[in-house]
Design a protein around this ligand. Structure first.
Ligand code: NAP
Length: 495
């Protein structure tokens, strides 16, 4: 039965399945012919193998992007918009096939994959239009015979490095503003999920994207440092957009320094999710469910520390545990499933370590707490109470379906706990008090604040963090600026 479902899924995504890299409009092998397997985390079965590329292939892709740059950059924003919009429209026409591929290589439930395809397409659609509004400026001059004019231009060849948790959306969140601005790009997807990025290339080609404008290099965990080194040290590359761990972000930032590249880094988070006594309990439980269990807890904006005020604590725990207990775990291709597997055994080991550390130090499971009977990397939806802010699960991203709940007494205490982290990506809180909603929003140290909502991702808003969660923003008009260089002309002699 499981095999039948996998074969049926493969038939759906087969037209978009590619097993080679995409450079200069051509499907290419690694120069030495080496390959690695991409597996379905829900079954452990190999889907296909893709090339193990390194510095040489990356250099060739950068050269292709450099050659394609003048033609693409010097076209109009309107002409580029037509291609990007067609790319988005074709993605939505193929939403089911792309979502099926995404679920197969990443594990998330189909409903989430469909939503990710729509979210990914929304960046292409939105930046296609926003590229037309890369306005400059005319500044009143400092001398009567001068004129000062500011223009914005494409920064040049860009590099993108993306993680496995959003294999489509993290690609277009970088490629869409880059290409809309007139830049070209070389992208390296995560080793676990290169197939969605390659499927995007199939569709880009069909949409009429010229060869060399968008290139994808594949490699496994051993190849990543070699590919990354080339992308960050090659002087042709003028900008790096990276989404991934803070550890690798710091490394890449250092590697970009000698050639002074522009960087945007979307890194790890440790989001607090605060529920005050005056919150709407139903809304808070629904928000926590979404923030904690979506993508099996493997998102950078997952609620990692759930802080609940003492007056509402027991009611919140009871309702959250009841709701989480209803979530069906399994293969995301099954429409009834809402929790898929973790991406890999290392992720499972981390979740187990966090749960064990919490229980050893006095936390108590009110739901789950163990590996799921399905085996592989499946884990039970879990709720723990009595979690202390010093426990491992409050200091590191758990990246699993584990809600750890800490009780607090006062607003000041909640804010102090929330900000006691080197990270600053997302924060959430629930209150019906207007003054508190401004006060707490002002004090929380994060780039994104969700107030009475757990759903904060949209192409129209600036996504990104402060502190060790990164630099720069993706999405919105701020996301376009990341790919534009400012030039000012001082024109003299105007008598
Ligand atoms: P990761 O280990 O940093 O990997 C991310 C990407 O970097 C992958 O493509 C990986 O390639 C590549 N990479 C690894 N080492 C590299 C190196 N030395 N040089 C160049 N590239 C290298 O992160 P992850 O564990 O896969 O992803 C989860 C992390 O991403 C979490 O911390 C999460 O919070 C963060 N994230 C942040 C955002 C955001 O917007 N802030 C969004 C999603 C995820 P390989 O896969 O081939 O190793």
């Amino acid at each position: 039965m499981a095999d039948e479902a996998a074969f049926a899924a493969q038939r759906v995504f087969e037209p978009y399945l590619r097993d080679r890299g995409f450079v200069n409009g051509r499907w290419i092998e690694a120069q030495d012919g080496r390959r690695f397997e991409v597996t379905d985390p829900s079954s452990g079965r190999a889907i296909v193998s893709v090339p193990r590329m390194g510095a040489a292939e990356t250099r060739a892709a950068i050269a292709a992007a450099e050659a394609a740059l003048p033609g693409w950059r010097d076209s109009t924003a309107g002409a580029r918009a037509k291609v990007l919009k067609r790319w988005a429209a074709l993605m939505m026409e193929r939403q089911e096939a792309l979502a099926t591929l995404l679920t197969t290589e990443q594990g998330k439930p189909m409903a989430e994959s469909r939503a990710e395809i729509a979210y990914a397409a929304s960046f292409l659609e939105w930046f296609a239009e926003e590229g037309k509004r890369a306005y400059g400026d005319v500044i009143p001059p400092h001398r009567a015979d001068n004129r000062i004019v500011v223009t914005k231009e494409a920064i040049g060849v860009c590099a993108g490095i993306t993680p496995w948790n959003f294999p489509c959306a993290m690609v277009t969140r970088k490629a869409a503003p880059a290409l809309a601005a007139g830049c070209t790009m070389v992208l390296k997807p995560a080793e676990q999920t290169p197939l969605s990025a390659l499927a995007l290339c199939v569709i880009a080609e069909e949409a009429g994207l010229p060869p060399g404008v968008f290139n994808v290099i594949t490699g496994d965990g051993e190849d990543a440092p070699l590919i990354g080194k080339e992308l960050t040290s090659n002087p042709v590359v003028r900008k790096l957009g990276f989404t991934g761990s803070t550890e690798i972000g710091k490394l890449l930032m250092a590697q970009c320094a000698p050639t002074m590249k522009r960087i945007s880094l979307e890194l790890g988070g440790n989001a607090p999710f605060i529920v005050f006594d005056d919150a709407d309990l139903d809304e808070a439980v629904a928000g926590a469910l979404l923030c904690k269990y979506r993508n099996t807890g493997q998102t950078c904006i997952s609620a990692n520390r759930i802080l609940v005020q003492s007056g509402i604590h027991d009611a919140f725990v009871e309702r959250l545990a009841a709701a989480a207990g209803q979530l069906k775990v399994g293969n995301g291709l099954d429409p009834a499933v809402s929790i898929g597997p973790l991406i890999e055994p290392a992720g499972l080991a981390k979740v187990e370590r966090h749960v064990a550390n919490a229980i050893d130090n006095g936390a108590r499971p009110v739901l789950g707490g163990k590996r799921h009977e399905l085996g592989l990397t499946f884990f039970q939806p879990t709720v723990l109470v009595g979690v202390d802010p010093k426990m491992a699960m409050c200091c590191e991203e758990t990246f699993g379906p584990v809600a750890g709940i800490t009780s607090f007494a006062t607003e000041d205490e909640a804010i102090a706990i929330a900000n006691d982290t080197p990270y600053g990506l997302a924060s959430y809180f629930y209150t019906r008090d207007l003054a508190r909603s401004w006060r707490v929003g002002d004090k929380l140290q994060a780039g994104i604040i969700g107030i009475n909502t757990g759903f904060i991702s949209t192409e129209i808003a600036p996504f990104g963090g402060i502190k060790e969660s990164g630099i720069g923003r993706e999405g919105s008009r701020y996301g376009l600026d990341e790919f534009l260089a400012i030039k000012y002309r001082c024109i003299g002699g105007i008598a």
